[in-house]
Design a protein around this ligand. Structure first.
Ligand code: NAD
Length: 210
C-alpha cells in the first residue's frame, strides 16, 4: 500500500520528477540526491526522507538510476495512467486550460468544458464546450473523477455541489473562495491573488521591507 504524504511532499516529488525528466533528455544514467535537492531547492536529506516514505532507496552514496527513479515517481504521481478532467466555466482561465497543449504530454486529457453561457457552447471544438445539463451524462459515461472550477466566486459552491453529486472526487478550484471538501473528496484551492500578495510580501521583505 502507498504511504500517505502531505501536500508539500507531493509538490517536492513533482519537482524531482521534472528535474529527472530534464536529466533523461540529457542522457544522464545516474543521479544523486544532491542534484535533485538543488533542482527542488531543498536539502539532500529532505530528498532521501521523501523517497524513504515511498520505499525508494538509492545506493550507499545516495545515487539512483534516472530511468528507474522516474518510473517510480511517475507511478506515485499517477502519471503512468491517463487522467481525464472536465473544466467548468469557459472564460479567461477555463478557455486557456481547455486549449493548453502541455497537458497531453503529462497524461492529462481535458474531456470537455461546461458553461451556462450559450455563446460559449461549441460541440465541435476539441474539447467540446457543452451546456451544464450535459455534465452528469459526460461524467458518468466516461467515469470522470476530476474537475477544474473556473467559475466566478458566487457560482463556485453551487457548481461544486453539482459536480460532486455527479461523481467528481477531486477539484482544482480557481474561484477566490476556499471551498471545503466533504468526506471522500479532495479540493485544491488556487487563489492567484493570495499567491501574488505572498510574492509581493517576500520581495519587499527581502529588499528591506516597505
Ligand atoms: P470569466 O468571467 O472570464 O469566466 C467565468 C466563466 O464561468 C464564464 O464563461 C461564465 O459564463 C461561466 N459561469 C458563470 N457561472 C457559471 C455556472 N454557474 N456554471 C458554469 N459556468 C458558469 O472568469 P475568469 O477570468 O476565467 O476567472 C475564473 C475564476 O478565476 C474566477 O473565480 C476569478 O475570480 C478567478 N481568477 C481569475 C483570474 C484571471 O487572471 N482571469 C485571476 C485570479 C482569479
Amino acid at each position: 500500500m502507498q504511504a500517505m504524504a502531505n501536500r508539500s511532499c507531493i509538490i517536492r516529488l513533482s519537482r524531482y520528477k521534472n528535474a529527472l525528466n530534464r536529466l533523461r533528455t540529457l542522457n544522464f544514467v545516474r543521479v544523486f540526491s544532491d542534484n535533485l535537492a538543488d533542482a527542488a531547492g531543498v536539502t539532500a536529506a529532505q530528498v532521501r526522507k521523501d523517497f524513504s516514505l515511498f520505499g525508494i532507496t538509492g545506493n550507499r552514496r545516495g545515487g539512483y538510476r534516472v530511468d528507474e527513479l522516474a518510473e517510480q515517481l511517475n507511478k506515485i504521481l499517477g502519471k503512468d495512467q491517463l487522467h481525464e478532467f472536465i473544466v467548468i466555466g469557459v472564460g479567461n482561465i477555463g478557455r486557456a486550460l481547455l486549449h493548453y497543449p502541455g497537458f497531453e504530454r503529462s497524461g492529462i486529457n481535458i474531456a470537455a468544458g461546461f458553461d451556462i453561457d450559450p455563446a460559449k457552447f461549441n460541440r465541435d471544438s476539441k474539447p467540446p464546450v457543452l451546456p451544464l445539463d450535459q455534465l452528469a451524462g459526460v461524467i458518468k459515461s466516461r467515469d470522470i473523477k476530476l474537475a477544474i472550477l473556473a467559475v466566478p466566486d458566487y457560482a463556485a459552491q453551487q457548481v461544486l455541489e453539482l459536480v460532486l453529486s455527479a461523481g467528481i472526487r477531486g477539484v482544482l478550484n480557481f474561484a477566490p473562495i476556499c471551498l471545503k471538501a466533504p468526506a471522500g473528496c479532495v479540493i485544491n484551492n488556487i487563489n492567484l491573488e493570495t499567491e501574488l500578495e505572498n510574492l509581493i510580501y517576500f520581495v519587499n521583505a527581502a529588499n528591506g521591507g516597505n
